[in-house]
Design a protein around this ligand. Structure first.
Ligand code: MN
Length: 228
């Protein structure tokens, strides 16, 4: 193999709870409007229309516990989400086999420059400017399914400065984890290291510097992130 002409970027990787090893992240797929109450709060029909996805960059993940208030926005929102990490990929994965591809789970935040996303929506432009910026995906340590199973129900809660802002249950997802994997695999070749952010319940709202976000998903874990 030829030598790189410049140093390649490091592979983005997630810490694993109770392990010295890390999980290498290849791609980050994010589903939009996957909880009915959140679809309604964003002004959309909560009926089961086909799912849609956008992507964040693998190196947007961050495990530092701090979220630097990003540039070019005055309206950054929190979105608590269950994160799914794949250990196998493929195409045309049947729903019944989809969970065989899951290595584990984490608690994550799909931080969103809502004002920029809103402009992109109005103009029919892509969402990256609102979604795929530096440190836009704070996450907690990844936890293997071998330890916690495949959580299909459980409370999802996000507090800001001790006050509950978002609350829901994993069982309220419009598209379930196996369905998302199967659907994505019809359009993309999934691979080991791919990560899916599975959507957020209602209650998304702005944060400001100094706020502390406490995210928790029953059976998966917790994540505390301070906005700086
Ligand atoms: Mn989201």
């Amino acid at each position: 193999m030829p030598a790189y002409i410049i140093d390649p970027s490091p592979i983005a990787a997630a810490p694993i709870k109770g392990s010295d090893k890390v999980f290498p992240v290849r791609r980050i797929y994010c589903i939009g409007r996957n909880y009915a109450a959140h679809a309604i709060e964003m002004g959309h029909d909560p009926n089961r229309e086909p799912p849609f996805f956008f992507q964040k960059n693998p190196n947007n993940i961050d495990f530092s516990g701090t979220f630097p208030y990003p540039s070019q926005t005055k309206d950054v929102h929190h979105e608590i989400e269950l994160v799914v990490a794949l250990s196998k990929g493929g195409t045309s994965i049947p729903i019944a086999k989809a969970l065989d591809h899951v290595w584990g789970y984490a608690v994550g935040l799909d931080m969103t420059r809502r004002d920029l996303q809103g402009i992109a929506k109005e103009m029919g432009r892509p969402w990256e400017i609102g979604k795929a910026f530096e440190k836009s995906a704070p996450m907690g340590p990844f936890v293997p399914a071998a330890q916690i199973g495949h959580p299909a129900a459980g409370k999802v809660e996000l507090k800001v400065n001790g006050k509950v802002k978002q609350t829901g249950d994993l069982n309220q997802m419009i598209w379930k984890v196996p369905e998302m994997i199967s659907y994505l695999s019809d359009y993309f070749e999934l691979a080991a290291g791919d990560v899916i952010m599975t959507g957020t319940p209602s209650g998304v709202a702005a944060v400001v510097a100094g706020d502390t976000m406490e995210a928790a998903i029953d059976g998966v874990g917790t994540l505390t992130v301070k906005v700086v």
